[in-house]
Ligand binder design. Structure first.
Ligand code: UD1
Length: 370
């Protein structure tokens, strides 16, 4: 069975690594790795390939940055010829980035079966580009591999055929566990001059948080206040860096209470998070990783598409009001570390379940099914 696996942006790489590793264990499967090039800097892509021991992509589309329409269209144009050449039985896409949607639409129009890994998540906020990508990708996929029960409920509510839905767990956690022996040896905490259990980690990159100067200024102010209570380290995404650089000097001086560092690789970042007292983020994946690691997480958004990280995990949705963020951070710092159990099936074996399902069913299109 020829399978084309598509990655494009940073949060795709750790989802694909365990899938590809598992596919390669089965001689009946012929996987190809396509990198769209949505993310291209070494810090955003190359370092992740190395950290995750992902093989170099068989095909690099080198699409690069651009508007949503440009990026999506370029992936579609360039991938079409690749799919024509390879004639795969199945295209596997992961997550919710523009490359995910572009690859799914390209494949389905060529009557190639599509598997979406991390299907069914919904924030119910259609101003988020990822929400549009999720809805549209799920609508055309034949295999919907779901990480948490809420995803199954969402898909059923949307009228999706039950036979397409597979609750398999979370490949992010497969990656986290498979690489644990390596990241546990990282010296990143000492390298950044921090001490274990006595610092917070910040990440921000959502357009709704960083593209609006007033919102970003409020967030930076909150971080400045929390940073006076506990050291904060902030690996800065390129989108956020350019927005911070555009901010006026006064706001930047408040920001200087947090330590701004370039984006970290996968292994150093997991080591940093696992040793931290608290995480403040607007990332989706990090809500899951903190839940698996038992580190308190404050999500600086109004909603989450991953509610199990709140009901079973360490996550709290605190919005973007600076006062509320500071109050919630203070509360976390005054509390004992939470005791948490992991969500069902977040056991490090999701990729095995996904590949077993694909093999058992032959990677077929679910023709005419809704
Ligand atoms: C994308 C995803 C988002 C994901 C995030 C993780 C979409 C719609 N968004 O957002 O879901 O959470 O990746 O990082 O697909 N840039 C670089 N170097 C790079 C890549 C980007 O400098 O390697 C800069 C460019 O100036 C670019 C900007 O970052 O314009 C944003 O990149 P883009 O891929 O458009 O969106 P992200 O914000 O990274």
């Amino acid at each position: 069975m020829r399978i084309v696996n598509v990655v494009g942006a940073r949060p795709n790489f750790m989802k694909m690594a365990p899938l590809l590793r598992e596919m390669r264990r089965h001689p009946g499967l012929a996987p190809t790795l396509v990198h769209t090039g949505q993310h291209y800097d070494d810090a955003m892509a190359g370092q992740f390939f190395r950290d995750l021991q992902l093989p170099a992509p068989d095909i690099a589309l080198e699409v690069g940055s651009g508007s949503h329409a440009y990026q999506t269209a370029e992936v579609m144009k360039r991938l079409e010829g690749v799919l024509k050449d390879i004639q795969p039985h199945l295209v596997v896409v992961v997550g919710d980035v523009n490359s995910t949607l572009a690859a799914a639409v390209t494949a389905v129009k060529m009557e190639i079966a599509v598997a979406h890994v991390e299907a069914g998540l919904r924030s119910f906020d259609r101003a988020m580009p990822e929400e549009i990508n999720r809805l549209l990708t799920d609508a055309v996929s034949d295999y919907l591999f779901v990480t948490e029960e809420s995803g199954c409920e969402n898909l059923l509510r949307e009228g999706v055929d039950r036979g397409k839905i597979h609750l398999v767990g979370n490949v992010m956690i497969d990656s986290l566990e498979q690489s644990r022996p390596v990241w546990e040896r990282s010296d990143v905490i000492a390298r950044l001059g921090l001490s274990r259990g006595n610092y917070g980690v910040v990440t921000l990159h959502r357009p709704s948080n960083v593209d609006d100067p007033a919102t970003l200024r409020g967030l930076v102010k909150a971080l400045g206040e929390i940073g006076r209570r506990i050291p904060l380290v902030f690996p800065v995404h390129p989108r956020t860096r350019s927005r911070l650089e555009a901010m006026e000097a006064e706001a930047q001086s408040v920001a200087s209470d947090a330590r701004y560092v370039p984006p970290l690789g996968y292994l150093d970042f997991l080591a940093l998070v696992s040793g931290s007292r608290l995480v403040l983020t607007d990332s989706g994946g990090l809500q899951e990783e903190t839940t698996a690691l038992g580190v308190p997480c404050l999500t600086l958004r109004e909603q989450t598409e991953r509610p199990i990280t709140v009901t079973h995990g360490t996550n709290r949705i605190v919005g973007t009001s600076p006062d509320r963020i500071v109050a919630e951070a203070t509360r976390v710092l005054n509390e004992a570390q939470p005791m948490v159990s992991r969500p069902p099936l977040w056991d490090g074996h999701a990729a095995e379940r996904i590949v077993a399902t694909i093999r058992e069913t032959g990677g077929r299109r679910v023709a005419a099914a809704r």
